[in-house]
Write a protein that binds this ligand. Structure first.
Ligand SMILES: [Zn+2]
Length: 95
């Protein structure tokens, strides 16, 4: 619990530092994976990485520098990732 809280505080500080992006409107769907960005975690990560929490964990965090330079996963990677998420969370299937 302690660890989670510290992580959230750290994350928030980084958002404040990166400042100017924080006024951007947050889209309903993640621009990378197209899933709904519903949680406050998603919003926090969107401000930082322009994608949802899951994409940030899967794609952006391991390649922070490349990500900031505009690198994005290939369509194949995203498709593979999306099917993993769908298997993990059946509630994501909307149709
Ligand atoms: Zn995403």
């Amino acid at each position: 619990m302690e660890k989670i809280r510290k992580f959230l505080v750290d994350n928030q500080e980084e958002i404040i530092i990166s400042g100017k992006e924080s006024k951007e409107a947050i889209p309903i769907f993640c621009p990378v994976c197209d899933f709904v960005m519903a949680s406050s975690m998603d919003h926090d990560y969107y401000l930082k990485f322009s994608c949802c929490h899951n994409c940030a964990m899967k794609f952006a965090t391991p390649r922070k520098d490349m990500w900031k330079k505009g690198w994005r996963p290939s369509k194949e990677e995203i498709d593979k990732y999306r099917s993993t998420i769908i298997h993990q969370s059946p509630s994501f299937i909307l149709d």
